[in-house]
Structures are given as structure tokens and as C-alpha cells.
Unconditional design. Structure first.
Length: 130
């Protein structure tokens, strides 16, 4: 019980997220330029890229019908760098860093995860096509 009070003391009174964002808003700001508003990989900047952006509407379909949450979040965050360490997609860790929430990315383990990364992944789930 004492530990609980100790943790509560770490939170400043009145402290809230500095800016209220949503997964949809972050998607529009950070992803749609390349992946397109609907996630098909047809954003305004896609034509100028050396590699076509992924069709984000087919992630679950390409994974046996299950959205690959942990893999997608790792790609967005920047943990995956491709076979030779090169990436076409920028890392968004610095932009999405912030308040942590417990989240199960599909592996059964509740992991402290930046809330904006969770919200973005949850938004991508809404773009999935059968």
C-alpha cells in the first residue's frame, strides 16, 4: 500500500497529456503523406519514394487474418531496420514518445507502451480490409 502512495506521488497534480491526440490524427500527420488517407500506399509523397509504401489495409490479411500488432508497432517505432539495416520509412519514436500505458500487443504480455503508439496501432486496425 505504501508503494502505491509512492507511485502516486510521482504524478504531479493536474498533470495531463500536454496535447490531446488520437491515432487518427497522428496517422493523418505522420503516415498519410506516404500511405494515403485510406492506407493503400497511395499518398501524395509515394510517387517520389524509391520503394512503394506498404498497403496498410492488408496487414491482417497477410498475417492469417490477425493484425500483427507487435510487428507493426516495432516498425513504426523504428526497431526494425530491414535486412541490411536500411529503412525507407522514418522512425517515429521521438514523435510518439510520451505517457506509457499497459498494452498487450498480442503476445499476452502487458507491456508499458507509449499511448500514442497504441492509439496509432489501434487506428491501423480500423483500416483493415477482409
Amino acid at each position: 500500500m505504501i508503494a502505491l502512495f509512492g507511485l502516486a506521488a510521482c504524478v504531479l497534480p493536474g498533470a495531463e497529456r500536454a496535447e490531446q491526440t488520437t491515432g487518427a490524427a497522428d496517422y493523418a500527420a505522420f503516415c498519410a503523406g506516404c500511405h494515403g488517407a485510406g492506407g493503400k500506399g497511395d499518398g501524395e509523397m509515394a510517387a517520389g519514394l524509391s520503394q512503394k509504401p506498404a498497403d496498410l489495409t492488408a496487414l491482417a490479411k497477410g498475417n492469417g487474418g490477425t493484425f500483427p500488432t507487435t510487428r507493426v508497432m516495432a516498425q513504426i517505432w523504428g526497431y526494425t531496420g530491414g535486412q541490411d539495416g536500411g529503412r525507407v520509412m522514418p522512425q517515429f519514436a521521438a514523435l510518439l514518445d510520451g505517457e506509457l500505458v499497459p498494452y498487450d500487443g498480442g503476445d499476452g504480455i502487458m507491456t508499458p507502451t507509449p499511448i500514442r503508439l497504441v492509439e496509432l496501432a489501434e487506428h491501423l486496425k480500423t483500416l483493415q480490409k477482409p
